[in-house]
Design a protein around this ligand. Structure first.
Ligand code: PLP
Length: 481
């Protein structure tokens, strides 16, 4: 062993003490933000670097802070420039500011299941269920009148009254409805609707897991009411109709409308998928809850984070007596949502138009103006002029397995494909759409407030690619010399 030189003190003696490092104000703040164990690991690592002589002792606190992540969660916020409104890989619906505020206020102790006036237990999430039913009552004025609405609080007493239940997601909603109504019995499903929605949602497998037996009726492209009638026997518990969402059959096809199924004398469960409460003219083929209930569905199931624009959730809406049965089923407890979901969902239903709905209805002329402004800002960097950013027509899409045939007309900024990588890895992270060898920046799903941040991110990425290209060019040139 060689002893350290006299004027070069042993680095092991200069390693800052753990308690001193943990007491530094910036480190105390980091503990509050990220938790002690993570910060302690960073402290230990920094001390090790000092011990090995790779870090100057006076730089230890800075090294600790450098090694810590910015956010407590590893989920990185993304600017969605894909033009796909409900991008499952990017977390589907972005929440409205009202929903975000609701999450904040619901994050501590709240009266989610408690009546503050009477001081006793109350129905869990009553307000959100009322908001859901209110939205339907408004959409079904001729079907569900105020007296029916009043029947809600005593759920199940009025045959035609509607009620609601919220569970974890669309798949859970369907599992609950199928289990509660058809476990150990048969459920009729058209062959053309035995679909896989993606995301691990395979209808036949899901139904099989509930202990109900699927009885397939009709053929892949055509199913008639005769097919259902022929299949019904004493073992039939319900009829299930599923909106194929991401899948279309064209040509010689036939299906049976909900209104006809409702005449067959069995409960009709309709999984509409996307969660439109009322019709939307932009999406003419997309089923909605109000119309489906009016057609006679017993229970409608759908997702909260697709076209409704709320948090991940599964909604069950329909005849109050059936919803009451579902609520009493043991599985309902296993699938129930937390206070945060209830809070965000209520704010989505009662608050301002959520981003999802705004993005679906973007005005193409406004998108074009924003794209032109973006090109102007981006071209101000020297690199921008070289790459020739340009405004091009581009169609957005609904996504999330919804409305596959629907194109949302708009505009995008076309950039070289090489920019996609640095954009994704940048801060903020930007995900564009790769199309025909270009990287398209579609502003449909970008909040207007984010245009400046996006422009900066693009300029930084363009400069990064320009530098990389220049370096390669120089490298090539020098190797030729
Ligand atoms: C998306 C979808 C589901 C699954 O909903 P999740 O909320 O993702 O669980 C079920 N059925 C249909 C028709 C869908 O489109």
């Amino acid at each position: 062993m060689t002893r350290p030189h006299a004027d070069q003190p042993d680095p092991r003696r200069t390693v800052p003490r753990t308690d001193a490092l943990l007491a530094a104000p910036a480190v105390v703040a980091a503990v509050a933000r990220l938790g002690a164990s993570r910060v302690k690991r960073a402290v230990t690592q920094a001390q090790q670097q000092v011990r090995e002589g790779r870090l100057a002792p006076q730089d230890t606190v800075a090294a600790v802070l450098d090694a810590l992540p910015v956010r407590a969660s590893s989920l990185t916020p993304v600017i969605n420039a894909t033009g796909v409104v409900l991008h499952t890989n990017l977390g589907r619906a972005p929440l409205s500011p009202a929903a975000i505020a609701a999450l904040e206020s619901a994050s501590g102790y709240v009266d989610v299941e408690f009546d503050l006036v009477e001081g006793r237990r109350a129905r869990r999430g009553a307000a959100v269920l009322e908001a859901l039913v209110d939205a339907l009552v408004a959409a079904l004025p001729d079907e569900v009148d105020a007296t029916v609405h009043e029947g809600l609080s005593t759920a199940g007493t009025t045959p035609r009254s509607v009620d609601a239940l919220v569970v974890n997601n669309g798949a859970a909603a369907l599992v609950l409805a199928t289990t509660a109504l058809a476990q150990g019995r048969e459920i009729l499903v058209s062959r053309g609707e035995l679909v896989e929605i993606g995301d691990g949602f395979r209808l036949p497998d899901l139904i099989a897991s509930t202990g109900a037996r699927i009885r397939e009726v009709g053929t892949t492209n055509r199913t008639t009411d005769r097919d259902y009638l022929d299949a019904i026997d004493t073992n039939t518990a319900a009829i299930l109709k599923v909106h194929p969402s991401n899948f279309r059959i064209e040509g010689f096809t036939a299906g049976v409308e909900t209104s006809r199924l409702a005449e067959l004398g069995l409960p009709v469960i309709v999984d509409i998928g996307s969660g439109l409460l009322t019709p939307d003219p932009v999406l003419p083929a997309e089923p909605d809850v109000a119309t489906t209930l009016r057609a006679g569905a017993t229970i409608v199931t759908c997702s909260g984070d697709k076209l409704l624009g709320g948090p991940q959730a599964g909604l069950l809406l329909g005849a109050a007596e059936y919803i009451a049965r579902l609520r009493r089923h043991p599985l309902a407890r296993a699938l129930r949502v937390d206070k945060l979901t209830l809070a965000a969902l209520e704010a989505t239903l009662t608050g301002p138009v959520p981003p999802t709905v705004q993005y679906l209805h973007r005005d193409p002329a406004e998108l074009r103006r924003r794209c032109e402004a973006l090109v102007e800002v981006v071209s101000m960097s020297s690199a921008g002029g070289i790459v020739g950013a340009e405004v091009v027509p581009a169609d957005g899409a609904v996504g999330g397995g919804g409305a596959p045939g629907v194109l949302l007309p708009g505009w995008a900024v076309s950039l070289p494909q090489a920019i996609a990588d640095p954009l994704r890895r940048g801060d903020p992270a930007v995900v564009g759409r790769l199309e025909r060898g270009r990287c398209l920046i579609d502003l449909r799903c970008v909040a207007v407030e984010d245009d400046d941040r996006l422009a900066k991110a693009i300029r930084a990425a363009l400069e990064a690619t320009a530098t990389a290209t220049a370096a390669t060019a120089t490298g090539t040139a020098s190797s030729c010399m």
